[in-house]
Design a protein around this ligand. Structure first.
Ligand SMILES: Cc1cc2nc3c(=O)[nH]c(=O)nc-3n(C[C@H](O)[C@H](O)[C@H](O)COP(=O)(O)OP(=O)(O)OC[C@H]3O[C@@H](n4cnc5c(N)ncnc54)[C@H](O)[C@@H]3O)c2cc1C
Length: 394
């Protein structure tokens, strides 16, 4: 069977590309349904983009690579599409847009767009051997039968390695390697960090905090778990953290604890330090830290002591033993090296007709709708480039 374009992966990026790649497009996926990650995303409501999405919200070995695609298909373009399909949405926080109803609406919308474009979708299809001799020759297994496809264009849209239980395989990396495209070593991102048994006594406690790995600081909630730390602030910081490094946690990002303790010493000097801190921080956290805090009244503590205590609570240095890994990571950092791709079209520089989009590429967004925006923008860039090339050839 001959097609102009074969897209591997019917996730967010693959479906978006299929909706724009023009005639004779086939999308294949080994899953039973397309867009499974969309379905479970955002707690079932899909945080489909972010009002403030810009290149600075993405991690990539080349910080300029994503600029072209993000500026040509923006969050406003996707919002227009969502609106055109009558999907109601709301901003939850920090520019994060969610469906009012269900994430399934986004999948239905993308399927409708694919159908409108005439793209075919084959599910429960396994990808076998791939060769290239001017066209891509791909062996597919479907319903127990092998079909050999010849395609002018091959789009790698099988995502990263995160959550193998949901069908993540790293197939795009293997195919990229087969065709000589370099990889930036993949690793789990937006992932809870583990600390052995250290925080077991605090499991279930959440607090507003500022967390920082080797990148920007993120001010959001931190959650203590049986295994370590989670919550949006930690997930964000985890994408800038590598094994062996520490992270810094500010337990009171909005209020100076030095000022708070100093003024409490003036008005209520006879109160214990831990009592005053418990009025501002979760009591279980203060009890946990209490072992290292002086057991005296505030009146007995000098300015220097108060400053030292405040400094420790604003700059708590923590060294994770590891992360929960791909089992729970929301994304995969690293992937197909962007140096090998054209940033306007996502086409491999060394092999015309081969494209890579979405999470398979070394572009990873922050938590908050940025990863889907990358899937939409890169999928659109590849799809429209393919359609344009086909038009010229026709
Ligand atoms: C629990 C969770 C919640 C998330 N929530 C959000 C959110 O709210 N907002 C946000 O922006 N991002 C979110 N993300 C991240 C987002 O889902 C991904 O970044 C995005 O789906 C990537 O799109 P993609 O098309 O590149 O890959 P995917 O959506 O992962 O699609 C890849 C497709 O390829 C198929 N595939 C994989 N291997 C093979 C193979 N060997 N053969 C055939 N097919 C294969 C898969 O079945 C899948 O359909 C979330 C991720 C997770 C895990």
């Amino acid at each position: 069977m001959q097609v102009n374009t074969l897209i591997l992966g019917a996730g967010a990026a693959g479906m978006m590309a299929a909706a724009h790649a023009g005639p004779s497009t086939l999308v294949v996926d080994h899953a039973r349904a397309p867009g499974e990650k969309i379905r479970i995303s955002g707690g079932g409501r899909c945080n489909f983009t972010n009002l403030y999405a810009e290149p600075a919200n993405f991690i990539c070995a080349n910080p300029h690579f994503m600029k072209s695609a993000l500026s040509r298909y923006t969050q406003w373009d996707f919002i227009d599409l969502v609106n055109a399909h009558g999907i109601a949405w709301h901003e939850k926080t920090l520019g994060q847009l969610f469906c009012d109803d269900t994430a399934k609406q986004i999948i239905t919308m993308l399927r409708a767009e694919m159908e409108r474009a005439g793209a075919q979708l084959w599910l429960q299809t396994t990808v076998g051997e791939i060769t290239h001799d001017g066209a891509f020759r791909v062996s597919l297994m479907r319903e127990g039968r092998e079909t050999r496809i010849s395609a002018r264009n091959l789009v790698l849209a099988t995502g990263g390695k995160s959550i193998p239980k949901m069908g993540a395989t790293g197939l795009a990396y293997q195919i990229a390697a087969q065709f000589g495209l370099p990889l930036v070593t993949p690793r789990p991102g937006l992932v809870p960090l583990t600390f052995g048994e250290t925080f077991k006594p605090l499991a279930g406690v959440a607090l507003h905090s500022r967390a920082q790995g080797q990148g920007p600081a993120f001010e959001e909630a931190t959650l203590f778990t049986h295994r370590g730390l989670s919550g949006p602030a930690i997930l964000q910081a985890s994408s800038y953290w590598q094994e062996g490094e520490s992270i810094t946690l500010d337990l009171s990002p909005q209020t100076s604890l030095f000022d708070l303790l100093k003024s409490a010493r003036q008005t209520a000097g006879r109160r214990a330090l831990t009592t005053v801190l418990s009025q501002h921080l979760p009591a279980r956290v203060v009890a946990y830290l209490g072992e290292d805090l002086p057991k005296t009244n505030l009146a007995d503590l000098s300015d220097a002591r108060l400053a030292d205590i405040a400094q420790r609570l604003h700059h708590w240095q923590l060294t994770p033993t590891g992360s929960e890994g791909y089992r729970t990571a929301e994304v995969t950092l690293g992937g197909i090296d962007t140096d090998a791709l054209n940033s306007a079209t996502m086409e491999a520089k060394a092999l015309p007709g081969l494209y890579a989009i979405g999470e398979a590429v070394d572009v990873t967004g922050w938590l908050g709708g940025y990863n889907f925006q990358w899937a939409w923008s890169s999928g659109w860039a590849a799809g429209t480039a393919i359609a344009k090339a086909a038009h010229h050839l026709a």
